[in-house]
Design a binder for this molecule. Structure first.
Ligand SMILES: C[S@@+](CC[C@H](N)C(=O)[O-])C[C@H]1O[C@@H](n2cnc3c(N)ncnc32)[C@H](O)[C@@H]1O
Length: 342
């Protein structure tokens, strides 16, 4: 497929022989890899191999697929490094066993469900969204969709949340305001790591029940409360000595973010700590690369969402009554700005 023989000849032939088209062909095929992975997960391919390897007959029986469909799916996953094939037998790769079976140390299946339900269809309209704005916004979801959304974000951020909980950035703090806290997963990780810490999750009304349920499942309802509201419309709850904005800044415009940071500042006393987790980028908005791609995700889904640089974040903090303290790596491409109320 990447051979130059398959490409236009004539006036372009000389160039085609010198410059390989492989980078373009690999990139354009990326959607096939992503969709194949999401479909394999939805079909239970990795779960079917969680306990024991299988040949195609066994795999077909375990998934309910035809033998042909099982082969198409399994061989594609081998080619992508998600399955390992030895002779006629397939088994999960290390990554698939760890994150796609529900029996490993982490679970990214909810993030794949989120990506398949929301991102994949929305990206169909990327060019149109860049021309004239998103066709639809991820707001006002029905309860089932909201659960898939919130659990997908939670799954993607399990690693960064644990990484933050392992730091001492909230040491000595007792009352945390987790603004746009989603399912409460960051608060759950943080209060578990810090016995004297209690938290309030502030979320849109339609997310309150999802967060309350997750917090109750973890037996932490006595230490984590949930308050419903629109952070653009109302003042934030007071009585906290620390605040977290994890993956919230990218949902809003620069103006909205400055208003939000000013609002967070009004809600706390001097000396309060603020942590901002996001894909904080370099000044050119090209690194980390995943963040440059995520800008497309926000373009198709959120009217004013975007990725921002560390410098932009620092400027907003300075303008809204916060002192920049540090910028730390966190997990993967996510990083952490630490600030204090002046
Ligand atoms: C990308 S998610 C991040 C969730 C969580 N902080 C995390 O990192 O896992 C952004 C969150 O902000 C919440 N949010 C968006 N707009 C909001 C608003 N106007 N008021 C309150 N919460 C809002 C969303 O419901 C969503 O849970």
């Amino acid at each position: 497929m990447t051979s130059v023989e398959n490409h236009p000849t004539g006036s372009a032939a000389a160039t085609a022989e010198i410059v390989s088209p492989a980078p373009i062909l690999d990139l354009v095929s990326g959607f096939r890899a992503a969709k194949f992975l999401m479909a394999a997960s939805e079909l239970g391919l990795f779960e079917a191999l969680a306990d024991a390897p299988a040949d195609l007959d066994a795999l077909a029986a375990r998934t309910g697929l035809t033998r042909r469909a099982a082969r198409i799916c399994a061989d594609a996953m081998v080619s992508l490094g998600m399955l390992v094939r030895e002779g006629d037998t397939y088994r999960n790769s290390e990554a698939a066993a760890a994150y796609l079976t529900g029996t490993g140390p982490g679970d990214l299946r909810p993030f794949l469900r989120f990506s398949d339900r929301f991102s994949y269809p929305a990206w169909t309209d990327l060019a149109e969204a860049l021309r004239s704005g998103p066709k639809a916004q991820i707001t006002g979801l029905d309860p089932e969709s909201q659960k898939i959304f919130s659990e997908g974000v939670e799954a993607l951020n399990a690693g960064p949340a644990e990484a933050l909980a392992a730091t001492d950035r909230f040491a000595g703090r007792r009352r945390l305001l987790d603004i746009g806290g989603g399912t409460g997963s960051w608060s759950i990780a943080l209060v578990r790591a810090q016995p004297e810490l209690a938290a309030t999750v502030f979320e849109l009304p339609q997310v309150v029940g999802i967060a309350e349920q997750r917090i109750a499942e973890q037996g932490l309802s006595d230490r984590i409360g949930v308050v419903g509201g629109d952070l653009l419309a109302v003042e934030l709850p007071t009585g906290h000595d620390s605040a977290l904005l994890a993956n919230v800044i990218h949902c809003f415009s620069p103006e909205e973010n400055q208003a939000l940071l000013a609002k967070a500042r009004r809600a706390v006393e001097p000396g309060a700590r603020l942590l901002l987790v996001d894909h904080w980028m370099d000044p050119t908005h090209t690194d980390p690369p995943i963040a440059a791609l995520m800008a497309g995700e926000y373009a198709v889904n959120i009217e004013h969402g975007d990725v921002y640089s560390l410098d932009e974040g620092r400027d907003w903090l300075a303008a809204t009554g916060w002192r920049f303290v540090a910028h730390d790596g966190l997990s993967g491409a996510k990083s952490l700005i630490v600030a204090e109320a002046v």
